[in-house]
Design a protein around this ligand. Structure first.
Ligand SMILES: Cc1cc2nc3c(=O)[nH]c(=O)nc-3n(C[C@H](O)[C@H](O)[C@H](O)COP(=O)(O)OP(=O)(O)OC[C@H]3O[C@@H](n4cnc5c(N)ncnc54)[C@H](O)[C@@H]3O)c2cc1C
Length: 310
């Protein structure tokens, strides 16, 4: 039987859309299906009050690969957004990732030597408490890597909210290393390139899928046999346990939930990402999406802020 397509691509997220784009360039005929009513998968954006809101969680594109960076910028230009989250612990603000700014805010230390000295003495204290044992849980592991103060202020409450379990009951291997920067640098990623597409992620996906047949609201498993007959090869980007009909068991997935509000203020928190590391606050962070794409005066020209709890 003659099949209509070279590839059936299940899922129109970043992977499916990029594959389709490159296959088309190579002269292949593709059909992309998605069970959602929109393309883009996790990076899909909904425009609310003129602000691109990352509907399935905040996404910052980052890579050290020049080819990848040039490729995405050939589809849509990226802005200069640099992720530099702030942590709020009981109303006091700390810069992340852990760097000289954090250590100054935590201990008032001004030089790397002073910071190393506090870190070393707290690491020693954790080692003494272990009494020759290996760390048996996340709390012991984190204290050994970074000491008591940073653990209690910036790690404990946040991690417990994320995992829904006390750190003492979480395995040590979750935190293998905790990078610290002995310089004043709040850039979260070490990658050479990072940013957000100007105009939002939908522009990237639309550009990748231009001229490619897409069927939305189409669940592969709703019609697996018939859809599989349409193409020589299938590229599947959904949950892998479902693909095998759970015959190798069910995978455990972490979920996130979002609460969204529109605030009538030009600038709600002054930063895209503020983490709440105190266990008394029931959510882990507030994302103010306008800061991903609006800079300087643009922020004040748009009257609405936008925040998401999760
Ligand atoms: C909250 C959150 C934040 C993240 N932040 C970042 C970040 O800041 N930077 C970063 O690099 N990465 C981040 N990631 C990871 C990033 O989302 C993924 O690496 C990337 O978007 C995955 O693209 P994908 O195409 O593989 O999958 P997805 O985007 O999940 O796309 C898969 C698509 O397949 C569709 N699908 C699934 N099953 C079926 C089916 N049976 N039939 C039809 N269609 C189906 C889905 O509807 C979906 O559209 C984050 C992930 C999450 C969850």
């Amino acid at each position: 039987m003659k099949r209509c397509y070279d590839y059936l691509i299940v899922g129109s997220g970043l992977y499916g859309a990029t594959f389709a784009y490159r296959a088309k360039k190579a002269g292949k005929k593709c059909l992309v299906i998605d069970k959602r009513i929109h393309t883009g998968g996790n990076i899909y954006c909904e425009n609310i009050e003129g602000i691109n809101v990352h509907k399935y969680g905040a996404h910052i594109f980052h890579t050290s690969n020049k080819e990848v960076w040039n490729f995405v910028n050939s589809i849509v230009e990226f802005n200069r957004y640099t992720n530099s989250p702030v942590a709020n612990y009981k109303g006091k603000l700390y810069n992340l990732p852990f760097n000289m700014n954090t250590f100054y805010q935590m201990w008032g230390v001004r030089t790397p030597e002073e910071a190393e000295s506090v870190l070393d003495s707290q690491r020693r204290e954790a080692l003494i408490n272990l009494n020759g044992r290996e760390p048996s849980n996340l709390e012991e592991q984190a204290k050994m890597l970074i000491g008591r103060d940073i653990y209690e202020t910036l790690i404990k409450g946040y991690t417990e909210k994320q995992w829904g379990r006390p750190c003492k009951e979480l395995p040590a291997f979750i935190i293998r290393r905790l990078p610290v920067r002995m310089i004043f640098d709040n850039n979260y990623f070490n990658d050479k390139y990072q940013g957000i597409p100007i105009g939002g992620y939908n522009k990237l996906i639309d550009g990748l899928l231009e001229g490619i047949e897409v069927r939305l609201n189409c669940d592969f498993f709703g019609n697996r046999e018939e859809l599989s007959l349409l193409a020589d090869k299938i590229v599947y980007t959904g949950p892998i346990d479902e693909f095998y009909d759970y015959k190798f068991g069910k995978l455990q997935y972490r979920t996130v939930s979002f609460e969204t509000t529109v605030e009538e203020t030009a600038n709600y928190q002054g930063n895209a990402v503020v983490n709440y590391t105190d266990s008394d606050i029931p959510f882990t962070r507030i994302i103010e999406h306008k800061h991903f794409e609006m800079f300087g005066q643009e922020i004040y020209n748009s009257s609405f802020g936008f925040r998401i709890f999760r």
